[in-house]
Design a protein around this ligand. Sequence first.
Ligand code: ADP
Ligand code: ZN
Length: 709
Amino acid sequence: MQGTNNPQNILKKHFGFDQFRPLQEDIITGVLNQKDTLVLMPTGGGKSICFQLPALLLPHITLVISPLIALMKDQVEALKANGIAADFLNSSMDEGEQNNLIDKLKRGEIKLLYLSPEKLLTLASYLEANIKISLIAIDEAHCISQWGHDFRPEYTKLAKLRDLWPNIPVIALTATADKITRKDIVKQLNLQNPNIFVASFDRPNLSLSVKFAVKKKQKLQEISDFIDTRKNESGIIYCLSRKSTEEMASELSEFGISAECYHAGLSSEQRNKVQDNFINDRTKVICATIAFGMGIDKSNVRFVIHNSLPKNMEGYYQEIGRAGRDGLPSDTILYYSLGDIMLLRSFIEDSGQKELNFEKLNRMQQYAETPICRRKILLAYFGETLEMPCNNCDVCKQPRSTFDGTLLAQKALSALVRTEEKVGNNLLIDILRGSHRKEIIENNYDKIKTYGAGKDLPYSDWQKYLLQMLNLGLVEIAYDDNHTLKVSDFGKEVLFGKKSIDLVKTDELQKFEPKKKRNLLEDDVKDLDKELFDYLRSVRRQFSEKENVPAYVIFSDATLQELSEKKPIQISDLLHINGMGEFKIKKYGNTFVKEIKQWLRNNDVKAPKGNTYKETFELLKEGYSIEEIAEARKIHTTTIYSHIAQLYSKNEIDSLDPYINSVEIELVRKAASELGDTKQLTPIFNHLNQEIPFHIIRLCLAYIEKELG
Ligand code: ADP
Ligand code: ZN
């Protein structure tokens, strides 16, 4: 492909993207100018391009340090799928393989080399002495900091890189945002006056919703219904314990859903298998403890469900962030209960850093309880402000209405005082609802004034109101006293009518997102696109099975989506589809175009008429060579030349200079006139002793004809 090698062209040619995402271009320009760089960008933000693209423009090799073999493998596969010379060195390679790779490096046949920090350090002096390096990229750079959430001691040794390669620029990348970690990375890697880029942590394509106190059975039903509406889509369900991952997976399986569990108790072999099944779309749903997701790059995770409350916002953000890396709409749902909070609180009681952890849990709880846009709260936590409500969270979609809850709270507070604050929340609710359970009768709680005063409300409503009271600070849980509830000073003020409070109606906390009424016509069209999408997914699957790579390495869901909307039926249309780089167009373009045409025919959808020589024209304009066009379109080069002749006759192209020279023109001119001004190719071909190929003769004739006017 011709054209200058600027970042924009490389982006299109090798990665198939038309535009840079925010910050990418500035980052890349800095790196190409030898600046040390620190990039903070959320998962899915597009960090990889920031070093992969410069790697293609720099003269020597780019080393990429990454902590997890699975991640390296994924990235290298994705690069190779784009026709980029990348490879990785890992400890599982034998000496022969390793030497092979090193030979390739020496011959300059590799642009990007991925390796673990350990591997880098053992090979560092050798590499320094034998191989020219242009750039060092350090992925997951927060692993170097004790402040980060994933400290890895082997990362700290990377500080030595600077001594070995004092003049090679370093780019460090992470999705961890906080300021201490940021500073620490700069210091430990000894980055020199670095460019620091902090991208927005907003992920607008992720819907956010939270549901409180949904009973186990109903929750299971809801989750399975939710998954059923997402045919062929995959997701992760995070659970608190190993046991609950196993339970969830087997219960979903009973609903006929393909689900597996994943936790630290499985052997590494088992874990790899589960992960592999997920990546290759053989398993749809993974029920996992937080250990899952670290090492995978799967871009088309369409939903993340939390089966219980995460212990802090950092964890929550990271886990939901594993959905929708390809930028397509994806859903996240958080289920939590009072029981989760009690459990997490008791864990914290037994942990170090109690205060900090309680504070973090409180913030998590506030998020779950918020009556205002959740995204605002989430981003505020990471120090960003969102001006407008997001319209993609459950609160925005359905604003909560509140009522004066003073009287309701007084009933509970009063009952609590009359038990001398000796009961926990379950017993308190039973008292309010007038239960006859043994403890109530034994303790004479049935004699107190507010016994049965809350009969009108179901148990689950009381649970929700009590949680709100807890959050408002009316009551506190005494962890050191059997988790009994105590009335706070503020609670007393409410009890004695000095202060009033508002509560959110319980039915508002649980409502499903309303199904939007949609335009029928538009719906039909969308459904059709969806069918084509599913069809193309099966085409993609055939390639992925044949090549033994995950489907999203072939094309992302976002690319398939665009294909099913735009329905390109000629190769040149593919140029405008995101994710269609030159290499992939050549490799898959023809099949996909054919399949789309076939599908349109089978479904009686009128395809726009293709124009074969116009298409050649489009591709020529993009800088493709004749051979490349022929290969991509699976037609003969001779045909392409005849298109060029037509384009020249129709004045679409100005010159045939690249294809024919004046000697050929004169020979053909002479032959044609000797044969009585013929325009037939074969007699001219024979007349010239079959020495001038047909396509050249054709082009010469086009030239001569135009000359004559
Ligand atoms: P990160 O490493 O920050 O989590 P990735 O580099 O894996 O993110 O990118 C996430 C997704 O976004 C990938 O599917 C990638 O192909 C896509 N992507 C990156 N840059 C662009 C861009 N400029 N235009 C369109 N898609 C992009
Ligand atoms: Zn919102």
